[in-house]
Design a protein around this ligand. Structure first.
Ligand code: HEC
Length: 137
Protein backbone atom coordinates (compact mmCIF):
# COMPACT_ATOMS: atom_id res chain seq x y z
CA UNK A 1 0.00 0.00 0.00
CA UNK A 2 2.76 2.37 0.99
CA UNK A 3 4.65 1.48 -2.16
CA UNK A 4 1.56 2.16 -4.25
CA UNK A 5 1.11 5.56 -2.61
CA UNK A 6 4.72 6.46 -3.33
CA UNK A 7 4.31 5.35 -6.93
CA UNK A 8 1.18 7.44 -7.33
CA UNK A 9 2.86 10.49 -5.85
CA UNK A 10 5.90 10.09 -8.09
CA UNK A 11 3.68 9.73 -11.13
CA UNK A 12 1.78 12.88 -10.20
CA UNK A 13 5.00 14.82 -9.70
CA UNK A 14 6.36 13.64 -13.05
CA UNK A 15 3.12 14.53 -14.84
CA UNK A 16 3.04 17.92 -13.16
CA UNK A 17 6.60 18.71 -14.19
CA UNK A 18 5.86 17.60 -17.72
CA UNK A 19 2.76 19.77 -17.82
CA UNK A 20 4.64 22.83 -16.63
CA UNK A 21 7.38 22.22 -19.21
CA UNK A 22 4.80 21.87 -21.96
CA UNK A 23 3.26 25.22 -21.01
CA UNK A 24 6.64 26.90 -20.64
CA UNK A 25 7.91 25.60 -23.99
CA UNK A 26 4.93 26.82 -25.95
CA UNK A 27 4.99 30.21 -24.19
CA UNK A 28 8.70 30.47 -24.99
CA UNK A 29 7.97 29.84 -28.67
CA UNK A 30 5.23 32.51 -28.56
CA UNK A 31 7.70 34.93 -27.00
CA UNK A 32 10.09 34.28 -29.89
CA UNK A 33 7.26 34.89 -32.34
CA UNK A 34 6.26 38.08 -30.52
CA UNK A 35 9.84 39.40 -30.37
CA UNK A 36 10.17 38.83 -34.11
CA UNK A 37 6.85 40.56 -34.75
CA UNK A 38 8.04 43.52 -32.68
CA UNK A 39 11.30 43.76 -34.63
CA UNK A 40 9.43 43.75 -37.94
CA UNK A 41 6.60 45.95 -36.66
CA UNK A 42 8.98 48.62 -35.34
CA UNK A 43 10.72 48.76 -38.71
CA UNK A 44 7.44 48.83 -40.59
CA UNK A 45 6.22 51.82 -38.56
CA UNK A 46 9.56 53.71 -38.57
CA UNK A 47 10.09 53.18 -34.85
CA UNK A 48 13.34 51.45 -35.75
CA UNK A 49 15.62 51.88 -38.76
CA UNK A 50 15.23 49.35 -41.56
CA UNK A 51 17.86 46.62 -41.28
CA UNK A 52 17.56 43.87 -43.87
CA UNK A 53 19.68 41.33 -41.97
CA UNK A 54 17.76 41.84 -38.72
CA UNK A 55 14.44 41.69 -40.55
CA UNK A 56 15.36 38.43 -42.26
CA UNK A 57 16.52 36.93 -38.96
CA UNK A 58 13.18 37.87 -37.36
CA UNK A 59 11.27 36.40 -40.28
CA UNK A 60 13.16 33.09 -40.02
CA UNK A 61 12.68 32.92 -36.22
CA UNK A 62 8.99 33.51 -36.67
CA UNK A 63 8.67 30.86 -39.35
CA UNK A 64 10.61 28.28 -37.33
CA UNK A 65 8.65 28.90 -34.14
CA UNK A 66 5.35 28.85 -36.01
CA UNK A 67 6.26 25.48 -37.52
CA UNK A 68 6.55 24.11 -33.97
CA UNK A 69 3.06 25.23 -32.88
CA UNK A 70 1.26 21.91 -33.51
CA UNK A 71 3.91 19.84 -31.69
CA UNK A 72 4.15 22.32 -28.81
CA UNK A 73 0.42 22.49 -28.23
CA UNK A 74 -0.32 18.83 -28.83
CA UNK A 75 -0.14 17.95 -25.12
CA UNK A 76 -3.56 18.99 -23.85
CA UNK A 77 -2.32 20.90 -20.80
CA UNK A 78 -4.09 23.79 -19.25
CA UNK A 79 -2.94 24.04 -15.76
CA UNK A 80 -0.77 26.61 -14.03
CA UNK A 81 -0.25 30.01 -15.57
CA UNK A 82 -1.57 29.66 -19.05
CA UNK A 83 -3.76 31.71 -21.32
CA UNK A 84 -4.50 28.78 -23.59
CA UNK A 85 -8.22 27.97 -23.93
CA UNK A 86 -9.69 24.44 -23.97
CA UNK A 87 -11.16 25.32 -27.38
CA UNK A 88 -7.70 24.55 -28.84
CA UNK A 89 -8.13 20.82 -28.29
CA UNK A 90 -11.83 20.86 -29.16
CA UNK A 91 -11.07 22.43 -32.55
CA UNK A 92 -7.62 21.01 -33.10
CA UNK A 93 -7.65 21.07 -36.93
CA UNK A 94 -8.70 24.72 -36.99
CA UNK A 95 -6.08 25.62 -34.40
CA UNK A 96 -3.36 23.81 -36.38
CA UNK A 97 -4.54 25.55 -39.57
CA UNK A 98 -4.21 28.92 -37.86
CA UNK A 99 -0.66 28.02 -36.84
CA UNK A 100 0.04 26.97 -40.43
CA UNK A 101 -1.33 30.32 -41.66
CA UNK A 102 1.25 32.15 -39.56
CA UNK A 103 4.00 29.81 -40.73
CA UNK A 104 3.01 30.40 -44.37
CA UNK A 105 2.80 34.18 -43.95
CA UNK A 106 6.32 34.18 -42.47
CA UNK A 107 7.61 31.79 -45.16
CA UNK A 108 6.14 33.88 -47.99
CA UNK A 109 7.35 37.20 -46.58
CA UNK A 110 10.34 38.96 -48.08
CA UNK A 111 12.50 41.38 -46.13
CA UNK A 112 14.75 43.04 -48.70
CA UNK A 113 13.25 46.51 -48.37
CA UNK A 114 11.19 48.59 -45.98
CA UNK A 115 8.11 48.17 -48.13
CA UNK A 116 8.66 44.38 -48.12
CA UNK A 117 8.64 44.45 -44.30
CA UNK A 118 5.48 46.57 -44.28
CA UNK A 119 3.77 44.12 -46.62
CA UNK A 120 5.00 41.21 -44.49
CA UNK A 121 3.54 42.71 -41.31
CA UNK A 122 0.22 43.35 -43.05
CA UNK A 123 0.11 39.63 -43.90
CA UNK A 124 1.41 38.35 -40.55
CA UNK A 125 -0.51 40.57 -38.10
CA UNK A 126 -3.99 39.22 -38.86
CA UNK A 127 -2.79 35.62 -38.37
CA UNK A 128 -1.87 36.39 -34.73
CA UNK A 129 -5.26 37.96 -34.06
CA UNK A 130 -7.15 35.19 -35.85
CA UNK A 131 -5.74 32.61 -33.45
CA UNK A 132 -5.73 34.65 -30.24
CA UNK A 133 -9.37 35.65 -30.66
CA UNK A 134 -10.53 32.05 -30.39
CA UNK A 135 -7.78 30.31 -28.49
CA UNK A 136 -6.08 32.70 -26.07
CA UNK A 137 -7.65 34.14 -22.93
C1 HEC B 1 -2.20 29.06 -33.84
C2 HEC B 1 -2.53 29.99 -32.81
C3 HEC B 1 -1.65 31.19 -32.53
C4 HEC B 1 -1.01 32.01 -33.42
C5 HEC B 1 -1.02 31.96 -34.94
C6 HEC B 1 -0.31 32.99 -32.63
N1 HEC B 1 -0.53 32.76 -31.29
FE1 HEC B 1 0.30 33.80 -29.75
N2 HEC B 1 -0.57 32.52 -28.41
C7 HEC B 1 -1.44 31.51 -28.74
C8 HEC B 1 -1.87 30.84 -27.52
C9 HEC B 1 -2.83 29.67 -27.43
C10 HEC B 1 -1.23 31.50 -26.45
C11 HEC B 1 -1.33 31.16 -24.95
C12 HEC B 1 -0.25 30.13 -24.58
C13 HEC B 1 -0.24 29.79 -23.09
O1 HEC B 1 -0.34 30.70 -22.24
O2 HEC B 1 -0.14 28.58 -22.77
C14 HEC B 1 -0.42 32.55 -27.05
C15 HEC B 1 0.39 33.43 -26.32
C16 HEC B 1 1.07 34.49 -26.87
C17 HEC B 1 1.85 35.43 -26.09
C18 HEC B 1 2.11 35.36 -24.57
C19 HEC B 1 3.30 34.42 -24.34
C20 HEC B 1 3.63 34.26 -22.85
O3 HEC B 1 4.66 34.83 -22.43
O4 HEC B 1 2.88 33.61 -22.12
C21 HEC B 1 2.34 36.36 -26.97
C22 HEC B 1 3.21 37.57 -26.64
C23 HEC B 1 1.86 36.00 -28.30
N3 HEC B 1 1.09 34.85 -28.20
C24 HEC B 1 2.14 36.71 -29.45
C25 HEC B 1 1.79 36.26 -30.75
C26 HEC B 1 2.11 37.00 -31.97
C27 HEC B 1 2.81 38.35 -32.03
C28 HEC B 1 1.64 36.23 -33.00
C29 HEC B 1 1.74 36.49 -34.49
C30 HEC B 1 2.99 36.95 -35.05
C31 HEC B 1 1.02 35.05 -32.43
N4 HEC B 1 1.12 35.10 -31.06
C32 HEC B 1 0.44 34.03 -33.16
C33 HEC B 1 -1.82 31.13 -29.99
C34 HEC B 1 -1.34 31.68 -31.19
Amino acid sequence: MKRLTVAVILTCLATGAFAQDAVKDRQQAMKGIAASAKTLGDMATDKAPFDAALAEQARVTMQENAARIPALFEPNVIEGETEALPAIWENWDDFAAKGAALEKAAADATTGSLSDVQTAMAQIGPTCRACHTDYRE
